[in-house]
Design a protein around this ligand. Structure first.
Ligand SMILES: Nc1ncnc2c1ncn2[C@@H]1O[C@H](COP(=O)(O)OP(=O)(O)O)[C@@H](O)[C@H]1O
Ligand SMILES: [Mg+2]
Length: 381
């Protein structure tokens, strides 16, 4: 029996991580549980099953395993991320919403230090304490500022244990709050001036400590980040998935898994997937497969949203549809929901897409696009 996924990579992929630690016993940066090469394999997957070398075989350890591909994209990008984290600079993943920045940050930290849990979620209300430390006030009043009364932030805990500290959506924090990371990154130590001299004033990071931040390009700008902080990060832009087939595969896999988790037995229809991913990509890039110009909506047409739509259609079909119904019927309404989030004009743009690209494909005699063209009225709510 397989246990349902928890969404925590060090748990869900514990067996892979254990295997990779034994598979590649080469030199690793101080504090790392895997070699940099094994981290890349964990994130991108192995093209074929890997076999443990003779000396590494142990009881209870699978001797041969294909490592699943998790991030879909450029391997060289992941290699650069891993190299940055092996050095002493911070890593900043930037990109549009839904490009798997958070997923990547969890996978990297799980593979490098065994935990993805040391995370601060950036919001407009994030305080310096949440990035540095706070106090247990009962202990503080009883005993004064002692190390026991100190409440470590995830960043401080990562420094003490030589782990990866994750900061999600860092640009949502106020710039002065963000800047509390400058000294952490440059000196690799945090000073606690409140501690009396008999206790150590500064806490030095153990080897392996690194900061991995994410930022959405749609949020208040990365531009507003101070240049002092920017200089201490290597930036990597995470692009949307380039290859249409790879994106379709990913949407199929994740939507099927989500439908299965909700207890329904259902595989997402191929024609729906094909249409869905095509429409998403056309609207995202402003250009159709055929090279026709498409007016782009301001709404984010991310892979993550495509997974959500495919899942809704799968669920509707599993629970609501009669078997004769065409699953394509659910597509226009769901697309309308995704597109019509920010601006009313976006709904017009979707109709414009129907009247140009969908219509031309229908007129060229494609059956699926003809069905979708016939469903145009579902867009006019
Ligand atoms: N390149 C990709 N590889 C794998 N999954 C992806 C990719 N792009 C998007 N996804 C899917 O989208 C989901 C949302 O990603 P998330 O990490 O929350 O995005 P972000 O933090 O960039 O907004 C992921 O969990 C994954 O299911
Ligand atoms: Mg995110």
């Amino acid at each position: 029996m397989t246990t349902p996924p928890t969404g925590v990579p060090e748990k869900d992929f514990a067996e892979e991580l254990e295997f990779l630690a034994a598979y590649d016993d080469g030199p690793r940066p101080p504090g790392w549980v895997l070699t940099p090469r094994a981290v890349v394999t964990f994130v991108c997957g192995s093209s074929e099953p890997l076999s443990l070398p003779a000396g590494a075989k142990r009881k209870g350890l699978t001797p041969r395993m294909a490592v699943s591909g998790k991030f879909v994209g450029d391997r060289a990008l992941i290699e650069r991320c891993v190299v940055t984290l092996a050095g002493e600079r911070g890593l900043m993943l930037v990109g549009e919403p839904g490009t798997a920045k958070s997923m990547l940050s969890e996978l990297l930290s799980a593979a490098i230090c065994g935990t993805s849990a040391l995370v601060v979620q950036g919001t407009a209300g994030t305080t310096e304490d949440q990035l540095r430390y706070g106090w247990n006030y009962a202990l503080l009043l009883a005993k004064g500022p002692t190390p026991e009364a100190l409440v470590a932030s995830p960043v401080l805990t990562a420094m003490r244990t030589g782990a990866v500290a994750r900061v999600e959506e860092i640009t949502r924090c106020l710039p002065e709050v963000q800047d509390s990371l400058v000294s952490v990154l440059s000196d690799r130590r945090m000073s606690v001036p409140e501690l009396t001299t008999e206790h150590a004033h500064t806490i030095a990071a153990q080897p392996g400590f690194a900061v991995l931040a994410t930022a959405n390009l749609r949020d208040r700008g990365v531009n507003e980040m101070s240049s002092a902080l920017k200089r201490r990060f290597n930036f990597e832009v995470i692009p949307p998935i380039a290859d249409a087939q790879a994106e379709t595969e990913l949407v199929r896999r994740q939507a099927s898994a989500a439908v299965a988790r909700s207890g329904a037995q259902f595989s997402v229809d191929d024609a729906v997937l094909d249409a869905l991913v095509t429409v998403f990509r056309d609207l995202r890039t402003g250009r159709s497969d055929e090279g026709w110009a498409v007016e782009r909506p301001t709404a984010v047409m991310s892979t993550a949203e495509a997974v959500a739509v495919a899942t809704s259609i799968g669920l509707a079909q599993a629970y609501l549809a009669n078997s004769a119904g065409d699953p394509l019927e659910y597509l226009p309404g769901n697309l309308f929901g995704v597109v019509h989030k920010d601006e009313a004009a976006d709904a017009e743009r979707l109709i414009g897409y129907w009247d140009s690209a969908v219509r031309r494909r229908a007129e060229a005699g494609h059956r699926m696009w003809r069905s979708l063209w016939d469903l145009r009225e579902k867009l006019e709510r």
